[in-house]
Design a protein around this ligand. Structure first.
Ligand SMILES: Nc1ncnc2c1ncn2[C@@H]1O[C@H](COP(=O)(O)OP(=O)(O)OP(=O)(O)O)[C@@H](O)[C@H]1O
Ligand code: SF4
Ligand SMILES: [Mg+2]
Length: 375
């Protein structure tokens, strides 16, 4: 095959392409005049591509922008800048009927199954709502047949239709959330921490259900989690986020075998290993200080305030690009090769106090006046 053919095959295989996506929420003060005094840089320049049928895991600490990125992909929050291209169409430019159509093809499973299901609606009404909105509720009989199919697909009995969310356990409620997403026959599902609110004993069942459904229906997933252990087995590829950007992206195996970004190494070092011998030899990297505020992200490399490999002065002055170190393995660190090859050693990091008020000199404040939620 020639190079052009290979490239075009890869192109058509991509279902979702995100390019330099930004979501900046304005911080407003003032009683009479709503004055914008800064921005929360929740998502700040994310680029990634997800192939059809793939599961892409998105991990990072609380507040690093995972949910906002997921919502911006579905246009449940208006992006400040960048492109979300879904199956060849720029989602940002869609309006009215076109936007509604693309929304049907992208669905979200929410982190907290209880608060995302209306307690006053029966399961039947929850499941038919989306179908009706997208014109899939054609006649009573076929709708009922579809509801039965959906419940069977997520492992719930038909009697569930007449019940209300509070009558179910956490795991069952998440099954209802999954059925609601499936009801409109989507191609892409963004699952936002789909199991983190569930008991450990039912987490595996829900993960297995998601995997089975993917196989049966050819779904593409973005699975969000704050801990790498949850996404490891379900993901083909994983993106690690820190303060609004991707710092590393690789196949799940490559990321675990050879994490190249200091932040990923720290995240992985926090996962205990069952084998006591391996556990004793395990590299443990404790990160100094808390996650800085996304309203005042550090200059240069956003991780430099906590990085045990930080170098003077490039790390604090120049923002590293996400660059490919090995095929499909992208890292945003100026010194990734030197760290990998042991040419730069780890050092102690003193926790820095985060100044909430000061504005970062390298961020452009001429952003949008307002970002509206459009759920
Ligand atoms: N509607 C909003 N208005 C203003 N700020 C927001 C809004 N939504 C999120 N943020 C802020 O954006 C940042 C990223 O939030 P987000 O919920 O995307 O993080 P997350 O990675 O999903 O965190 P978690 O793991 O806790 O769910 C946070 O600082 C959050 O406070
Ligand atoms: S660029 Fe510098 S501060 Fe950032 S991760 Fe690499 S070594 Fe650490
Ligand atoms: Mg979240």
């Amino acid at each position: 095959m020639t190079e052009t053919v290979v490239e075009s095959t890869v192109e058509t295989d991509v279902l979702l392409r995100v390019d330099d996506l930004k979501v900046h929420f304005p911080i407003k003060r003032g009683i009479i005049f709503d004055k914008t005094i800064g921005y929360v840089y929740a998502v700040d320049g994310v680029s990634l591509a997800i192939r059809r049928g793939e599961t892409y895991g998105l991990v990072g600490e609380s507040g690093c922008g995972k949910t906002t990125l997921g919502r911006a992909i579905l246009r449940l929050v208006e992006p400040t800048g960048g492109v979300v291209d879904f199956d060849g169409t720029d989602v940002a430019g869609l309006k009215g009927e076109e936007l509604r159509k693309s929304r049907r093809r992208m669905q979200m499973i929410f982190q907290d199954p209880l608060s995302s299901l209306d307690p006053r609606q029966s399961v039947e009404s929850i499941l038919t709502e989306g179908m009706r909105a997208h014109g899939l509720d054609k006649d009573k009989e076929s709708t009922h047949e579809r509801l039965r199919e959906l419940l069977a697909a997520v492992g719930l009995p038909e009697s569930a239709l007449r019940k209300y969310p509070h009558e179910f356990s956490g795991g069952q409620r998440q099954r209802i959330g999954i059925a609601r997403a499936l009801a409109v026959e989507p191609d892409l599902i963004v699952a936002d921490e789909p199991v983190s609110a569930l008991d450990v004993s039912v987490q595996a069942q829900v993960v297995n259900l998601l995997e089975d459904l993917q196989e049966k229906l050819g779904l593409t997933y973005v699975v969000i989690a704050h801990d790498l252990a949850v996404v490891r087995h379900i993901s083909d590829r994983i993106g690690v986020m820190y303060l609004g950007s991707l710092v590393e992206e690789a196949t799940a195996d490559a990321l675990y075998e050879e994490p190249l970004h200091p932040y990923t190494r720290a995240l992985l070092s926090a996962i205990p290993v069952p084998d006591p011998k391996v556990e004793d030899a395990r590299e443990q990297i404790l990160l100094a200080g808390d996650l800085p505020s996304p309203a005042n992200p550090p200059s240069g490399c956003r991780f430099h305030t906590r990085c045990p490999w930080k170098q003077e002065t490039r790390c604090s002055t120049e923002r590293p690009e996400l660059r490919e170190l090995a095929t499909g393995h992208r890292v945003a660190c100026h010194f990734a090769e030197e760290i990998r090859d042991g040419q730069i050693q780890r050092h102690e990091v003193k926790a820095e106090l985060v100044d909430e008020v000061a504005i970062n000199p390298d961020v452009d404040l001429s952003g949008p006046a307002s970002v509206s939620e459009v759920i």
